[in-house]
Design a protein around this ligand. Structure first.
Ligand SMILES: Cc1cc2nc3c(=O)[nH]c(=O)nc-3n(C[C@H](O)[C@H](O)[C@H](O)COP(=O)(O)OP(=O)(O)OC[C@H]3O[C@@H](n4cnc5c(N)ncnc54)[C@H](O)[C@@H]3O)c2cc1C
Length: 404
């Protein structure tokens, strides 16, 4: 079957659904179709925010993002900041509320609420949804595009690439947009995992598996500080994980160092005093008790190992001043060497996508190919954890839909 649409949107996730809603609300007479490869819309959206969907943040701003579209993203956020996006959602029927860290969620704390208002709006405005779409090819055809499916050939005057990134393949993540965009003459930055655990080399890591601790992390390239984060670190057998680590993963490269301050609220001098005190209090106990009352035992043992104390049979009273200094220093700056990042299956998002220099930030239109629009994670921009990625997906989808 051959069929013509005014607008075809590839990808029925956050950005694609929002783009379709905006395009139909702008001009209901236009025919709009969403092609989604999954058997339903918004599968990834349902898993966001642990099923609660952290859809935006009061601190939205370009400084929360990385990638080649970052400079231009300011125009996107100026047009659709958190307040305007939330108002748009409210008009669609969604009520939201903010947590103590400025993250917005649906008031019922269920991602299904976000998906349902989008799905029901799509039905109401008359956008066509084609699920289980198996796209064979996407080509330029005259001024428009032809999209070949397994059985059908579709044509569109305008095409929107909203099929996301390679992150989380079980929820629909693919690199399809790379193929489509490259074929349409677009510059493309290869995808790499982001917002994921960081694989590290350390001789003490295995002994820490399963521990969670509130820390401050400093990502360094040599002596240069790239980023600092605070939060709960989860130690796994090959990686550091947790939201603060995910945020560092946006910038981490192999060979960087992550310095972990296990006691970020205690200065090095204070800690040294405390350890001196413990040396007396627990003088008859073995050295691995030196952090009694301060650190979890397994973390304490790892700190001792890292600072060169190997056997723990000796007594606290025998620790020298020099050894105590080393121990205190290590607890405030335990170093892990970055060996890489966990794969796309453990990533919440990806860096890479359509290069920013080839996208008009006021319309999300491609500068490389007429009548082509790109939004969401298919664009080379990735935000920190906290609602920044969904915000960009929704805002860029809205701008694309309103500009077409
Ligand atoms: C577990 C998890 C939790 C997350 N939590 C949050 C959070 O709380 N807050 C936040 O801001 N961000 C969160 N994110 C990130 C956020 O989900 C994404 O940034 C956002 O969904 C991107 O929107 P998108 O529309 O660009 O892509 P997607 O939502 O991934 O949508 C793309 C759609 O395109 C479809 N598709 C792909 N290829 C094709 C093809 N060839 N043909 C047809 N369809 C195709 C996919 O199946 C998918 O439905 C989370 C991600 C994960 C994995």
């Amino acid at each position: 079957m051959k069929k013509h649409y005014d607008i075809i949107i590839i990808g029925g996730g956050a950005s694609g659904m929002m783009c379709a809603v905006a395009a139909k609300r702008k001009d209901p007479s236009r025919s709009v179709a969403i092609l989604e490869k999954n058997d339903r819309l918004g599968k990834k959206l349902l898993s966001t925010g642990n099923g609660r969907c952290n859809l935006t943040n009061e601190k939205i701003g370009a400084e929360k993002y990385a990638g080649s579209f970052v400079m231009q993203s300011k125009a996107v956020f100026d047009r659709y900041g958190a307040d305007r996006l939330l108002k748009y959602f409210e008009d669609l029927g969604l009520l939201t509320s903010k947590d103590s860290e400025g993250r917005y969620y649906p008031i019922c704390r269920q991602a299904t609420a976000v998906l349902d208002v989008l799905r029901f709006t799509l039905e109401r405005v008359g956008a066509e949804v084609i699920c289980n779409a198996q796209i064979r090819s996407v080509k330029k055809s005259g001024d428009g595009f032809s999209v070949r499916l397994a059985e059908d050939e579709l044509y569109a005057d305008k095409l929107v690439i909203a099929c996301g990134s390679k992150a989380a393949p079980k929820l629909g993540g693919t690199s399809s947009c790379a193929d489509y965009l490259k074929n349409l003459g677009h510059r493309f930055v290869p995808f790499s995992p982001a917002l994921c655990p960081v694989i590290v080399n350390s001789r003490v890591l295995r002994s820490l598996k399963g521990i969670r601790a509130a820390c401050e992390l400093t990502l360094m390239n040599g002596c240069k500080i790239l980023k600092k984060e605070r939060g709960e670190v989860q130690f796994t057998d090959d990686a550091l994980s947790g939201i603060c680590v995910f945020n560092l993963s946006l910038f981490a490269q192999k060979g960087n160092i992550i310095s972990v301050d296990l006691l970020p609220d205690i200065s090095n001098d204070e800690l040294l005093n405390k350890l001196n005190n413990n040396r007396q209090l627990f003088s008859e106990k073995t050295t691995d008790n030196i952090f009694t009352g301060i650190l979890q035992k397994r973390l304490a043992q790892a700190v001792l190992k890292e600072s060169g104390i190997t056997g723990f049979s000796d007594l606290c009273s025998n620790l020298t001043d020099e050894e105590l200094k080393n121990i205190a220093y290590t607890a405030n700056a335990m170093c892990f060497t970055v060996a890489g990042k966990a794969g796309f299956d453990r990533a919440q998002a990806a860096l890479g996508g359509a290069h920013g220099s080839m996208i008009n930030e006021n319309t999300m239109q491609s500068k490389a190919c007429d009548n082509l629009y790109i939004c969401g994670e298919a664009v080379d921009i990735c935000g920190e954890c906290g609602g920044y990625n969904l915000h960009f997906a929704f805002a860029s989808g809205l701008i694309a839909g309103e500009s077409i």
